[in-house]
Structures are given as structure tokens and as C-alpha cells.
Design a protein around this ligand. Structure first.
Ligand SMILES: [Zn+2]
Length: 135
């Protein structure tokens, strides 16, 4: 369970529209190893294989949902639970009081690299605000 896999998160060929070839679905089903920090019947959370901050954890729904664009009001409970789980993980990681970022990337312009909803939890250091249009 503690084996970190090599670079699946940046390989767009692993994204499947139906979830069959989706790397995050495979992590949720434990077909691919990741350092899982939390899981319940709906949600899995694991360390990003290529962390951008001292704490970089991804919180995903176990069910394959491509992006926030595919959520509807019927997903309110799942979306809210993902945020609460992120806060609980931040607390366990000792960064609740120092602060952290919660980030959903959506589609091309949002920089989403895996076609399965994932909430980034980033912290453990003061993070720069590097949001600007690509030149
Ligand atoms: Zn998936």
C-alpha cells in the first residue's frame, strides 16, 4: 500500500471516459498502489505521486465522475463530504491552523490532468498565488 507508482497522473492516455482505464478508479479499487490516507464507501484520499507542496493529497469520489462539470445537485452530499474529509485530513496532517488550499481543476483551462474528479489538498508551506493566463 505504501508503494508510490511512477507518473500515472500526468499520462493522459490512462484517462478513460467510462472509467475502465481511469488511473484514479484503479487506485480506488486498489488495482494500482498508492499511499491511501483515508477511505470510506464513497471517497478515497491518497498522496499525490508528484507533490507540489509538502502536503499534497488528492480526495476523490470512488465512483467515476469525469469533472465538476458532470456534477448535479444530486451530488451535493458527495461534494460536501469531500470537502469535510479534506479538512479532517488537513487536521491530521497538522496543517489545519497554518492553512492550506483546496483546489478543483476543471477541464483544459482549469489544468485538469486526470479525467476523474479530484480535490487537491495543498499545504505545509506558504504557497504562492500563481494563477494567471497562459501566454
Ligand atoms: Zn475514474
Amino acid at each position: 500500500m505504501n508503494t508510490v507508482i511512477s507518473n500515472p497522473f500526468r499520462d493522459k492516455s490512462l484517462n478513460g471516459a467510462n472509467g475502465l482505464n481511469c488511473v484514479f478508479c484503479k487506485i480506488a479499487k486498489k488495482e494500482i498502489a498508492a499511499e491511501i490516507l483515508y477511505e470510506d464507501s464513497d471517497i478515497s484520499a491518497f498522496k499525490d505521486a508528484h507533490p507540489l507542496a509538502p502536503v499534497h493529497i488528492l480526495i476523490i469520489p470512488k465512483r467515476h465522475i469525469e469533472s465538476v462539470n458532470n456534477w448535479t445537485r444530486s451530488d451535493v452530499q458527495l461534494a460536501g463530504k469531500m470537502i469535510i474529509v479534506a479538512k479532517e485530513i488537513a487536521e491530521k496532517a497538522g496543517i489545519k491552523d497554518s492553512g492550506y488550499k483546496l483546489l478543483f481543476r476543471v477541464g483544459r483551462d482549469g489544468g485538469q490532468e486526470v479525467g476523474h474528479i479530484h480535490l487537491h489538498l495543498l499545504g505545509g508551506a506558504r504557497l504562492v498565488e500563481d494563477i494567471h493566463p497562459v501566454k
